[in-house]
Design a protein around this ligand. Structure first.
Ligand code: UT7
Length: 332
């Protein structure tokens, strides 16, 4: 009997309606459309309305993915919710989504693996399916980062980059020759402070002090140059390890989907791999960096645009806070 493998049976996404242009941001802080486009490639991003959390943004993305998979809610065995911006500090957004969408009492949990959320999530879901534990797993990646931004000059290097959005996949079992070929995960926690949101912290009984708010510790902050330096090293490293592991070369890849961190980073990776434009998918221009959601949003758009077809080899790679990074190759 052929062994059980996992494959992406359905993919969907949802972004908030509210478009925020670079010009709009330049009214809040000392920045310009030209600087943002030249340094990041971003032209606009989406921000969720007040009161909308990642579990809310996820609902249309999940409905889209279920429809694409031709499955109903009852078919889903487990929800994995990747986010660093969960609706509440406690509990996770996975169980909030379970209730809001009226899934049965299936398992639901969050993973907090920053921009590598999709890679870590698919790796975990793949193991559950290969072991025969579950048949259909919903991996949801959803973020509301706009409320963690410092829109003053102090936060301008970070605030211009991030956006809100949600992507979801249904990972299902198959005995066909397709699906997740491998996943590769890495971390280096010595870089915690290069990209972090420090407060509120459980290390202090005074969860949010006046002083920490004045310092802006409750905003996401990033040492952009340092993150960039590591990203351009780790992306090619993990891409190469996934290619080598599967005995493939970059020429075998039909589509590269890099986490949307910065268009300059994506362009560097593309150049290093020697890939033509039609073999790389970027949408950071429209959505900014949506953290865990960026890869599944790309996959959903790419599929809808006919850029991914059955049997295509799709390579996804991510790098983000932690640092955490990793890659996967999927035979669609
Ligand atoms: O998804 C998680 C992983 N995240 C990433 O991979 C992001 C990686 N980092 C980056 O994408 C880039 O480092 C940034 C886009 C964040 C910044 O670009 P950069 O080319 O590294 O700029 P920089 O931080 O070296 O700053 C260059 C100059 C500085 O001014 P001085 O010191 O040269 O006078 C900054 O103060 O640009 C200034 N600057 C800005 N100017 C206008 C920083 N942010 C802005 C801004 N508008 N928004």
């Amino acid at each position: 009997m052929n062994k059980i493998r996992s494959y992406i049976k359905g993919v969907g996404h949802n972004v908030p309606d509210r478009v925020v242009t670079n010009d709009e941001l330049s009214k809040l802080m000392n920045t310009t459309d030209q600087w943002i486009v030249e340094r990041t490639g971003i032209k606009e991003r989406r921000f969720a309305d007040e009161g909308v959390g990642p579990s809310d943004l996820a609902i249309p993305a999940v409905e889209d993915a279920l429809q694409d998979a031709n499955l109903i809610k009852n078919d889903i065995d487990l929800i994995i919710f990747a986010t660093v911006s969960s609706d509440y500090y406690i509990p996770g957004s996975g169980c909030i989504l379970q209730h809001k969408m009226d899934f049965g009492n299936i398992g639901a949990f969050d993973i907090k693996t920053s921009c590598a959320g999709f890679i870590y999530g698919i790796s975990m879901a793949d193991q559950y399916i290969k072991s025969g534990t579950f048949d259909n797993i919903l991996l949801v990646c959803s973020e509301v980062q706009s409320t963690t931004m410092d829109f003053s000059d102090r936060g301008r290097n970070t605030a211009v980059i991030f956006g809100d959005g949600a992507g979801a996949i249904v990972l299902s079992s198959t005995t066909e020759d397709r699906g997740i070929l491998s996943t590769h995960l890495h971390s280096d926690g010595k870089n915690v402070k290069e990209l972090w949101l420090k407060e509120p912290s459980t290390k202090s009984s005074n969860r949010l002090s006046k002083e920490s708010i004045e310092r802006g510790d409750h905003f996401l902050s990033m040492n952009g140059r340092e993150v960039f330096r590591h990203a351009v090293k780790r992306f090619p490293e993990t891409i190469n390890e996934s290619l080598e592991f599967n005995g493939l070369t970059s020429e075998d890849i039909d589509l590269l989907v890099p986490h949307q961190a910065n268009l300059r980073i994506s362009d560097m990776i593309q150049k290093k791999m020697g890939l033509p434009d039609n073999k790389v998918f970027n949408n950071i221009q429209k959505y900014g960096n949506t953290t865990a959601a960026s890869i599944p949003i790309c996959l959903s758009e790419a599929k809808k645009k006919g850029r991914i077809n059955n049997n295509d080899l799709v390579l996804c790679a991510a790098f983000g806070a932690g640092f955490l990074w990793g890659s996967t190759i999927i035979k669609w």
